[in-house]
Write a new protein. Structure first.
Lengths: 271, 271, 271, 271, 271
């Protein structure tokens, strides 16, 4: 559960609703909620925005969309320190007992990328091929995930213009039959609802989620880079302490303390 | 047939028309379709936008335009897994019978890029030259296709400003003869039609198609990269299993299952 | 003569004028051309835009400007296939008779870049130096030409804001003496003329020309890259057929047929 | 204390308040401060902006935010010349007494990055590993800090649109009950307050701070690059004079005078 | 004296003033200059813009600002041909008499970068170190100068929004006391003055100067690249004719004629 995503969206929408309520109270009246609920603009802004943005997708991406959205809400930050401790641990085992010692580890590994890497190591594939295979994998993951974030950015780009389309249609409607001037005010108000939907959905929904997806992407890529560097260093037979230092440089100084293997405390490593 | 392209555009335009109908019904009146059909803004927005954007093309690109547009609607997603299976299959054959075994395959290959690559392999051209020739081909394809996507992005950029030009002209016309105030409303409404055309065509037509063309481009480039890497690995005499692993890293985890050669199931490979 | 540039601009401006005429006819009146011709906005938008953009130029670039503009209208697309045929032809001659055979060709070469390259080859300058010299030349050409395209993009950026400045000035003028309300309409109309000039010149003149200049630049760079690769391959003594294949990968599949040397048809090559 | 940050913000807000006061005096009236203080827009613009932008953060980044803001106000410019003098000094000591002479320095070094680098040197880690470790560290620092600057840029991007949302809501409210035309003016005025809050906070608070954070980032990265290059040159046993020349090329000509080691004046170096 | 900078700014502002005068004459009235001079907007737009932009500077950059502005007006274009002739001349002398012959030249060199380079050559520093030192110097110069140009671009970005802030404040003031409708016109006019100041200063002052500073930067970087390549070629003992050809490829074909050393005409070279 990504509490930040939920807290941010709740705060943003609460601020929107709150400001409407405050102004209604200050104006001495009550909130006219019906005024802000219009079916026409709703259909135009949400239908039009989604239709325009989905053209750029493939069928597979469209099907994967609900899963992507879930990710923004239920993603778990990768545990970098744990990943590093695991890799340093592997390096110690390999130094002592050779690469094949990792074979029995493969079934315990839950991360697909790590599993594939360890498997390649155990199979004795040479360094250049492992780097090529795993870097291509990272590059393609980056491309796929960037597109997920970009899709929400596109929603955020189309929504305000769809809102303006709705407002222009509303104004055209209103202006072309001005028989009763007293309806003019409410008609303009109604026309602006589309703009309101467009800007609000873009700024308080699509773009924040797009930003979160990009951040998640960055973190996953970073985790895989740590895995790749760690595995290649293990294969090269580097000193575990150097490997640890190298991998710790991938994470923030704050997390480093946690990632540093506590000798003596961790039974697997010492002995 | 690219159903996503068609579904997206249909959804977007249906949302636009639907919202107009809904508002007309809510307003208790009927839809005044004539009001939204104006010849002047039509000529200005579509003619002006196309004229402004076509200046940046060469004659060849202009002629190729209808074909490019068709591509956004009738493109077939490259079958990555099939391509990979074919390449792994080639690699097995070459390992057993040498490079010349590919010669008889060339007439069955429908993809021009693959055909050219296999031909170069059979001709015994050295690795560096093959890489140079095929990478230049990919780079130029990318450039040509990017320009096709960019052309639609330019249409999407010019259209709203052409719409504003139309609206300003309409307002100037209206304001300079205010003899009859009762015509003012419809005149402003009429002026806004140009803006409506401009924003709608940009957001519900040009930009979605531009996005799709870019996506198609990315997929084609990716397919060619797989072919290039595969052919070079075959030439280098790499192990078919490593080649498979390397090529599978170019595609999404979902497609990998499908791309993995099923030994025993495929008669060509086993035996 | 670049017919596309001219056709595009004519189409765009015809659409603009056409829409004004259509609306006048529909409105039952005649076109009031004088209304769209104002000296003040003309001076402001065109003078101000050019002044603001020219600050970023050097004296040399300012003097070269008319020539650059001509280029957008009178540029001839490079004949890639012809260039490739010539280079492949050279490679055959050199293979047979040595590098010095090119010496007598130099006086027939009209393209400066090709001439310089052949001269360096004949002089026996080594490969690395030729590459350095010719790549620097290409890089600097790219920079110089990009700046020409950028200048028009800057004109296209300044023009709309200058138009807004004119409109704001007009509105300020109008609002500060509202003695006679009947003049208000025409005064606002007049103020909007500046905006009209600004957006129109940007979108129907400056930016299309800027786009064309960038396209021309891309094509010239591409031609020079073909020449550079061809000459270096000739120097390296590569097989003419490989050189041909390599150079053909720089051009579109459509042009390749034309660029492929027709043995037997071309007297120079066979014999 | 970063006086420039404070002076800039004070100047900007003083200009804002000053202009309001000047206009009130010129208008012969008094400043109606209450008019510019509205709770509704305040809640919407600041709450909504922060909520929308925070979605893109991780929990760790959110917690670190106050510290980041402090940085914009209390950051001290790195003392490049001092850093260079220290490194040149180290290089002289190492030339004379070997790498281990640095061991006793490590406890005096306050900068974590420098400390880590010297430690790696003393430990005899080889050049490539040191470069990898320290360059990864720099790259990640850059990424983390860029995100801090980007967060403020996002605040600066969301704030004006939140302001527009507030204004549209205000206008819709006003237009839908036009019973008393005399309240229309103040109601529109009130609606514009949200826009005012949005643009002002973006331009006079968020974006300036974002710019400052980016500048601080650039300076810290530059300092670390100097340290990295210096330490690697020391390890390579380069001539101290060359090291000095190399490191001085990282700083502005003005600072170079100061950074150049004054032989004779500095007791540590001579002798 | 950079006449282009001055001519461009004079032309732009003359167009602005000219259009106001033309419209006043056409309107049969006189120019009401006082209407365009308002202290409030002046303080807000110029004070606020400068305050917001200066936050991103360091103290050193703020102090250097007047010198940077002077540069846009008094900069002299680098004399590329002269630089090339000098370098080719050096290369001839070095070929004849060895590197030390340059020692006596160092005191005559006015350009700091050239002087430093020649000094490094004379000192016998090896090629890689010279390249590193001088390329870092170029990179840092680029960064420092880009920031100067960027500062003016930031001024150009803040100014229009500050103008809008001023206009919104003016409108809020006006709308909240509509007691006397007759003052409404002038009050709106007055509010728009801030927008006018903001857009005009951005487009006719800040951005043109920013563009010029970027152009100057590009030219200085290019000059230093010529010097670096020339000096390294001299050290490598390359043939003076090749050096000349290589350096000439850095400049435009027009300047090349001038840069080519005229043998016989130049006493230093022949003999």
């Amino acid at each position: 559960m990504d509490l930040i995503t939920i807290a941010g969206l709740v705060l943003a929408w609460a601020a929107l609703v709150g400001s409407v309520v405050i102004e209604a109270i200050e104006g001495g009246g009550s909130v006219n909620a019906a005024m802000f609920m219009k079916l026409g603009p709703l259909v135009l802004v949400f239908g039009g925005t989604f239709g325009a943005a989905m053209v750029g997708l493939t069928k597979e991406e469209l099907i994967a969309l609900p899963k992507v959205i879930m990710k923004a809400f239920f993603n778990k930050k990768p545990d970098y320190p744990e990943t590093i401790r695991t890799l340093v641990n592997y390096s110690r085992q390999v130094r002592r007992d050779g690469l094949l010692v990792l074979e029995k580890q493969t079934k315990n590994i839950t991360n697909d990328f790590m599993k594939k890497g360890v498997q390649l190591l155990v199979d004795g594939v040479d360094m250049n091929h492992i780097r090529l295979i795993m870097e291509t994998d990272i590059a393609l993951l980056k491309q796929r995930h960037t597109e997920a974030g970009e899709f929400f950015m596109k929603l955020g780009g189309f929504a305000p213009t769809l809102g303006i389309i709705g407002t222009v249609i509303g104004l055209v409607n209103m202006l072309s039959n001005l028989s009763d001037p007293s309806t003019m005010g409410p008609a303009i108000a109604s026309a602006f609802i589309a703009t309101l939907y467009g800007i609000s959905s873009a700024n308080l929904l699509y773009m924040p989620i797009g930003n979160k997806l990009k951040k998640i992407n960055t973190m996953e890529i970073n985790e895989r880079k740590i895995m790749l560097e760690g595995l290649l260093s293990i294969q090269a037979g580097d000193n575990p302490r150097i490997i640890e230092e190298r991998l710790l440089s991938f994470i923030s100084p704050k997390e480093r303390e946690e990632g540093r293997s506590k000798k003596g405390a961790s039974g697997k490593e010492t002995k």
